[in-house]
Design a protein around this ligand. Structure first.
Ligand SMILES: Cc1cc2nc3c(=O)[nH]c(=O)nc-3n(C[C@H](O)[C@H](O)[C@H](O)COP(=O)(O)OP(=O)(O)OC[C@H]3O[C@@H](n4cnc5c(N)ncnc54)[C@H](O)[C@@H]3O)c2cc1C
Length: 431
């Protein structure tokens, strides 16, 4: 059964979310521009968000990705997709609705693998939006290839002793706890020899060397991506999440959802760019006529609309597949990788077009395009570079095909023609 319709009751919620985000949430983007504002519990933005979060909770739209047992609505991915494409309009959208990264994924890991004590101390305040958390895997010398990871944890008595460095650990400087991927058995291949430890923020031996930022900030060191060093950092053995050596299995709990939620929010950014572009071309005159009447402009509008519609349907189809299979199986992973890989490309094309059509105003700090533009490369890197996802898609696609042992391909026309003639050739001769 195929359907492209949203049920009436949920559409009413979406309409409410749209108005709320445009009127109450988007203004936060203009006032609070610090790199950590939407996530840092000590930022003034947090106080400004508090009443909005209460409204969202009362409306039962808080942390909708979570099941009812964790206080969410258990919305499937299709509904989340439709919600997230509205939240993506604002940097604060996810935080106001309790589904911000990396906390949403970290909460899922804690819910699955945390001890009762960890759930009380960390999971509940995280779900309530009172604290921030960090997920730290990337190292200065290795990101896309985990086999190069060298940050180790060795078991000594009742502790794990961690030594090594981590890089681009988002939100580390205001996180209450960090989930850190460490090599616990260097003798084994990394997917069988790495584990995840919960490390509390003030644990001796954990040091933040620097905080890098994305983009050209005037003052360096104010970013939210921590460069961490662990020196004989002792972590209680009970802080191991999941089984020893199964760190990547544990990490899967968060990555699948995270990747598709990024894509859903990107739909929001794309639509916002198109909205601005359309208003502009209907308002700006050059050579005696509206920009909208120029064929070059019409091509830009048509391409933008078509590309966004195709991308959006691919995202929603993938969401629908996840809802159907209820797991991140091979088929689902192929589609997630495909949309993950196509996200930076479509953003690059659409945001560039929208910015370009606004001329000098478009690239000034009086419109949001340069901000959108700076964020695009991030989507080709975070959660795995585009190339790695494309490799995954190609492998998954090729798995459904067989090679031929013949000299010519199975679709070689001369051979097909002979077979077709044997079937229908007699009609030509009339016999
Ligand atoms: C904004 C932002 C936030 C982040 N937050 C976090 C976080 O919270 N926690 C965390 O652990 N990490 C985080 N990261 C890091 C991110 O996960 C890594 O940047 C990513 O995995 C790539 O690793 P790398 O930066 O070391 O790049 P590298 O692994 O050095 O890759 C660099 C480039 O090499 C090429 N390449 C790599 N592998 C292949 C391949 N197999 N085939 C062909 N080409 C290839 C690609 O062009 C790739 O872009 C964040 C990154 C960004 C940008």
């Amino acid at each position: 059964m195929w359907s492209f319709e949203t049920d009436e009751a949920f559409q009413a919620e979406l309409d409410w979310i749209e108005t709320f985000v445009r009127e109450e949430v988007e203004p936060l983007d203009l006032v609070f521009r610090g790199p950590g504002d939407p996530w840092d519990p000590d930022s003034p933005a947090f106080a400004a968000m508090a009443p909005l979060r209460e409204i969202v909770k009362t409306r039962q739209l808080w942390a909708c990705h979570l099941g009812p047992e964790l206080g969410g609505e258990g919305y499937g991915q299709v509904k989340l997709g439709l919600m997230n494409e509205i939240l993506g309009r604002s940097r604060f959208g996810p935080s106001v609705f309790g589904c911000q990264a990396p906390d949403s994924g970290n909460a899922e890991i804690l819910a699955h693998f945390g001890t009762p004590h960890q759930k009380t101390q960390y999971l509940q305040p995280l779900l309530d939006g009172e604290i921030a958390s960090c997920y730290s895997m990337t190292e200065p010398q290795a990101g896309a290839d985990p086999a190069e990871f060298t940050c180790t944890a060795k078991r000594e008595g009742d502790d794990w002793v961690v030594n090594g460095e981590k890089w681009f650990a988002s939100h580390a400087r205001f996180a209450e706890f960090l989930l850190v991927m460490v090599v616990t058995n260097p003798e084994r291949p990394i997917h069988e020899g790495a584990s995840i430890l919960l490390i509390e923020k003030d644990t001796p031996g954990l040091e933040i060397l620097r905080n890098a930022a994305v983009g050209p900030y005037v003052e360096t060191g104010d970013g939210v991506h921590g460069y961490l060093r662990f020196t004989d950092c002792r972590v209680p053995a009970k802080n191991l999440l999941g089984e020893e050596g199964k760190g990547f299995l544990v990490a899967q709990t968060r990555l699948g959802g995270g990747r598709i939620h990024h894509a859903m929010r990107s739909v929001g950014v794309l639509k916002k760019a198109m909205d601005m572009m359309c208003e502009r071309v209907l308002s700006r005159t050059t050579k005696g006529e509206l920009l909208a009447n120029k064929q070059f402009t019409q091509e830009k509008i048509a391409d933008t609309y078509t590309e966004i519609t195709q991308y959006r349907l691919h995202v929603l189809y993938t969401a629908w597949l996840i809802d159907k299979h209820k797991e991140y199986n091979r088929e689902v992973r192929k589609e997630i990788s495909a949309i993950k890989a196509s996200t930076p490309k479509i953003l690059q094309d659409v945001v560039y077009r929208a910015m370009h059509i606004h001329g000098s105003l478009g690239m000034s700090d009086e419109l949001p395009f340069m901000n959108m533009w700076t964020n695009i490369p991030e989507l080709g890197i975070v959660d795995g570079p585009t190339e790695v996802h494309k490799i995954g898609v190609a492998r998954a696609v090729l798995r459904d095909y067989e090679p031929t042992n013949d000299l010519f391909p199975s679709y070689h026309i001369p051979a097909q023609y002979e077979a077709a003639m044997r079937k229908y050739g007699h009609f030509l001769s009339g016999s």
